[in-house]
Design a protein around this ligand. Sequence first.
Ligand SMILES: Nc1ncnc2c1ncn2[C@@H]1O[C@H](COP(=O)(O)OP(=O)(O)OP(=O)(O)O)[C@@H](O)[C@H]1O
Ligand SMILES: Nc1ncnc2c1ncn2[C@@H]1O[C@H](COP(=O)(O)OP(=O)(O)OP(=O)(O)O)[C@@H](O)[C@H]1O
Ligand SMILES: [Mg+2]
Ligand SMILES: [Mg+2]
Lengths: 258, 258
Amino acid sequence: MTTTFSIANQKGGVGKTTTAVNLAAGLARKGLPTLLIDLDSQANATSALGLAKEAGKSLYGPLLGEGAAAEKIVSTGTKNLDLIPSEVDMAAVESELLQTENYLAALRTVLAPLKAEGRYRAIVLDCPPALGMLSMNSLAAADYLLIALQCEYLAMEGLSQILSVVEQLRDAGVNPDLSVGGILMTMYDVRTNLSRQVVAEVKQHFPELVFDAMIPRSIRLGEAPSHGKHIFDYDPLSPGATAYEALAKEVTKRFALK
Amino acid sequence: MTTTFSIANQKGGVGKTTTAVNLAAGLARKGLPTLLIDLDSQANATSALGLAKEAGKSLYGPLLGEGAAAEKIVSTGTKNLDLIPSEVDMAAVESELLQTENYLAALRTVLAPLKAEGRYRAIVLDCPPALGMLSMNSLAAADYLLIALQCEYLAMEGLSQILSVVEQLRDAGVNPDLSVGGILMTMYDVRTNLSRQVVAEVKQHFPELVFDAMIPRSIRLGEAPSHGKHIFDYDPLSPGATAYEALAKEVTKRFALK
Ligand SMILES: Nc1ncnc2c1ncn2[C@@H]1O[C@H](COP(=O)(O)OP(=O)(O)OP(=O)(O)O)[C@@H](O)[C@H]1O
Ligand SMILES: Nc1ncnc2c1ncn2[C@@H]1O[C@H](COP(=O)(O)OP(=O)(O)OP(=O)(O)O)[C@@H](O)[C@H]1O
Ligand SMILES: [Mg+2]
Ligand SMILES: [Mg+2]
């Protein structure tokens, strides 16, 4: 049994990649075999784990009908955590997919053999900051959308847009099983009213979706990618590591991963 | 004479909108008639100035051949500052433009009458976090690219990608006049080594491009959009206002706007 999570939000810089990498690492540390897939041509999840971008080592080919996802898997050095990297060519997928049949189902089709094999308990998809082809494909392939939501005013504005896209994909029958799994508050700064106001507002509108775990603004989370390490390897005692550990626990429980 | 600036960077959340809004307001305060154009379907620049998204009030129509840019201009309440808002439909432009002839020149064509009229001394384009059709169109229409660069490791990684896109557009003859006007360091945090290291690294590689003005991380910049005001109306004495005032001065001088 494999559960697929899409970490998406068209708002940029809200902590999607930081969440995808550290949640995947957190699940792996709990003994859950986890596959992280980098769907962003920026390839930030790839470099945040210290891996190089390599031409041909991404889902670019498989999404356009060449090759299989399993061939693109690399190990990360962290037990139970594998990665499918990204490369700059991934950006071209956005327009090339449009020319194909059933372009919203491309990723679902590519991941089907992996899910059937049941090699992984969880698949985590890191999306680019847009609701383009790659993010839509990730929503079409996912069981749950996890929204990384920065504790800022502008980030809150975009929430209704992505929630309505989920509705549309469900109603159109593209992915009837898709549901919003949760909202993760990120870059929470205890010192500011703005953070508190945003959290209060989101909790008021979506009380059952907001995770108890909140990710504080913590410089160690910003430093970790420059060392090519997830937070548990870079600074396991930091507030960021504690928060992502709590998230991994909460996700494991909420979605009965164990 | 109108000079057009594109504020672009495919990395998300680096301060593109905050820079577009506050630079445009800063130039307007210096008596330079300025037009801010929101090219992001998130419409953050529109809401940051307290204006509502309205169906039909964006460049969506003109980019696909219906209507003129001049009809979409609204006043902002700030002297010398006008805006062309965005709307959710703008996202559809990305795929619809692909079906048209000469799709990279769409924005340049739409802005040509405005530039010929010379009503504005500066046009500032706010781009979405991607190098898709809208950002490419903005680069094809601009005289200068201004890169908002967050003082973070992951933001630095994407720099070479956007710089190579500029080369490609120039070499392909899409916009031979395009040049990189400058790099603005944003969300600089004096307390962290990471910020200092990123600034030092960028200055080492691009000494003549980096603006002297650096934008500090300042909560008032995050609060201003929730009040629908640019920083000069929200908190003119804040570090954010001082920094964007310095940037407006430096941009006026570097590009001989006065
Ligand atoms: N809780 C945090 N505290 C401090 N810095 C953080 C935190 N989370 C993320 N960051 C940093 O903030 C920046 C933005 O985060 P990240 O790149 O994960 O966002 P994203 O949503 O994936 O961005 P994009 O929209 O470009 O894909 C990065 O430089 C990251 O290192
Ligand atoms: N110097 C600053 N200090 C503190 N907060 C800032 C600063 N600049 C921007 N912000 C806040 O950080 C967030 C990201 O900034 P902004 O939305 O301008 O980035 P962007 O690059 O336009 O994002 P996107 O990629 O989604 O278009 C916003 O909530 C904004 O209010
Ligand atoms: Mg990311
Ligand atoms: Mg923006």
